[in-house]
Ligand binder design. Structure first.
Ligand code: AMP
Length: 342
C-alpha cells in the first residue's frame, strides 16, 4: 500500500512526501481509512509505530476538506496528551503534515508563560494540542473556546491515567460537543482505559498493532547482572569500551538522574539530565544538545522522557528497572523507531 492509495487531499500527500514517508506503517494503513470514513477508533499502539501520523493525517485531511477559515476562528480539533514533550512533538507533526493546508495548530502546556499560547488562541487556530492541566487553566479564564470542537484525540491515554489526569480529561470532555469524531490511543489497555473508551467512543473500530505490553520487535535487549554498587562503573565501562556511543539512560528518581549525570560527566562522558525539577527551558536545552550530538548521554526519569522522539536513538539503558511492565515497554520504545511497512 502507498500513501497515494489512501485518498488524502493533495496538500496532505505533498507534506507526506516532504517527510519522506513512503509506505504507511501498519497502524497508519489500518487507521487512516477508518478515520477518513468518520469512524471512531480505539487504537492500541505503542510509541514508534507511527501512531501520531495515523491520526494527524486524517484529521488534517478532514479539516482541510471542511474548509480553512481565515483570521479569528475557534479550534475544531483537540488533542490531549499527558506530557509537555509529547504535546510539543504531536503539535510539531500537525504543523509539518499540515504545512500546505493553511491549517493552524496551537501547542499548549504548562511550565511556560501562558501569554503566547493565549495570543495564538485569540488569533485563531484549527487544532489545539495540549496537556490537560494548562487547558483547564485557560478554560477557567475563558481564554479558549471549545464550542466548535468536532474532533477529539486522547493520546497515550494510559499515561494520562498513570499521571492522575483522568479527572481533568473527563472535565474537558464534558465541555466539548457530544456530536464529534473521537479517537483514543493507548499503548496498554488497563480496565480504566477500556471503560473510558466505552464512555467516550461511539461504536469504535478496534485497531491493535502490537500485542498489549509486548516489547517492540526491532529492539535487541541485553541484561547485566551486577550488584548495585557496580552499576555506575558498568555504565561508564559500557560507554567507554562497550560500544555504546550514545543513549538515553532511565533513572527511577530525579535525584538518581542527577547523580548518574554527575558520575558520567566526572568520567568525561558528556551528559545531561531531564526531569520534573528542571525548568522547561533546561529540559529543552538538554534535549537539543543531545539531539545535536553535544551530549552523549541523556539521563531521564520516565515522566520527563515521555514523548521524546529522537531519530535513530541507538541505546536505551534501564539503570533502574521499572516496577511496571508497561513502563519498560515505553522506555525501550524510545529506540528501534524504524517504522516497519505494512
Ligand atoms: P510515532 O509512533 O508517531 O511517535 O512515530 C515514530 C516515528 O516514525 C516518527 O519519527 C515519525 O516521523 C516516523 N514515521 C511515522 N510514519 C512514518 C512512515 N509511514 N514512514 C516512515 N517514518 C514514519
Amino acid at each position: 500500500m502507498n500513501f497515494s492509495d489512501l485518498e488524502l487531499a493533495e496538500p496532505v500527500l505533498r507534506a507526506v512526501t516532504m517527510e519522506k514517508y513512503t509506505t504507511p506503517s501498519p497502524i497508519q494503513a489500518q487507521t487512516i481509512p477508518q478515520l477518513l470514513a468518520g469512524k471512531d477508533v480505539l487504537g492500541c499502539a505503542q510509541t514508534g509505530t507511527g501512531k501520531t501520523a495515523a491520526f494527524a493525517l486524517p484529521i488534517i485531511h478532514r479539516l482541510y476538506e471542511q474548509g480553512v477559515p481565515r483570521g479569528r476562528r475557534a479550534p475544531r480539533a483537540l488533542v490531549l496528551t499527558p506530557t509537555r514533550e509529547l504535546a510539543a512533538q504531536v503539535g510539531a507533526s500537525f504543523n509539518s503534515l499540515g504545512r500546505y493546508t493553511g491549517l493552524k495548530t496551537a501547542i499548549i502546556f504548562g511550565g511556560v508563560g501562558q501569554g503566547p499560547q493565549a495570543a495564538a488562541l485569540r488569533s485563531g487556530v484549527d487544532v489545539v494540542v495540549t496537556t490537560p492541566g494548562r487547558l483547564i487553566d485557560l478554560m477557567n479564564q475563558r481564554l479558549v473556546d471549545l464550542r466548535q470542537i468536532n474532533t477529539l484525540v486522547l493520546d497515550e491515554a494510559d499515561h494520562m491515567l498513570d499521571m492522575g489526569f483522568i479527572h481533568d480529561v473527563k472535565r474537558i470532555i464534558a465541555k466539548i460537543p457530544g456530536e464529534r469524531h473521537t479517537m483514543l490511543f493507548s499503548a496498554t489497555m488497563p480496565k480504566e482505559i477500556a471503560s473510558l473508551a466505552a464512555a467516550v467512543l461511539k461504536d469504535p473500530v478496534n485497531i491493535a498493532v502490537a500485542a498489549v505490553s509486548s516489547a517492540v520487535e526491532t529492539v535487541a535487549q541485553t541484561v547485566y547482572h551486577v550488584e548495585k554498587a557496580k552499576k555506575g562503573p558498568l555504565l561508564v565501562d559500557l560507554l567507554q569500551n562497550g560500544g555504546i556511543k550514545t543513549g538515553l539512560v532511565f533513572s527511577r528518581t530525579k535525584h538518581g538522574a542527577d547523580k548518574i549525570c554527575r558520575m558520567l560527566n566526572a568520567a568525561g562522558i558528556q551528559s545531561g539530565a531531564i526531569h520534573g525539577n528542571k525548568s522547561q527551558s533546561a529540559r529543552k536545552q538538554a534535549l537539543d544538545s543531545f539531539k545535536r550530538g553535544k551530549l552523549r548521554v541523556l539521563v531521564a526519569t520516565d515522566i520527563a522522557a515521555r514523548g521524546i522522539d529522537i531519530q535513530a536513538l541507538p541505546h536505551v539503558v534501564n539503570y533502574d528497572l521499572p516496577d511496571v511492565p508497561e513502563t519498560y515497554v515505553h522506555r525501550i520504545g524510545r529506540t528501534g523507531r524504524a517504522v516497519t511497512s505494512a
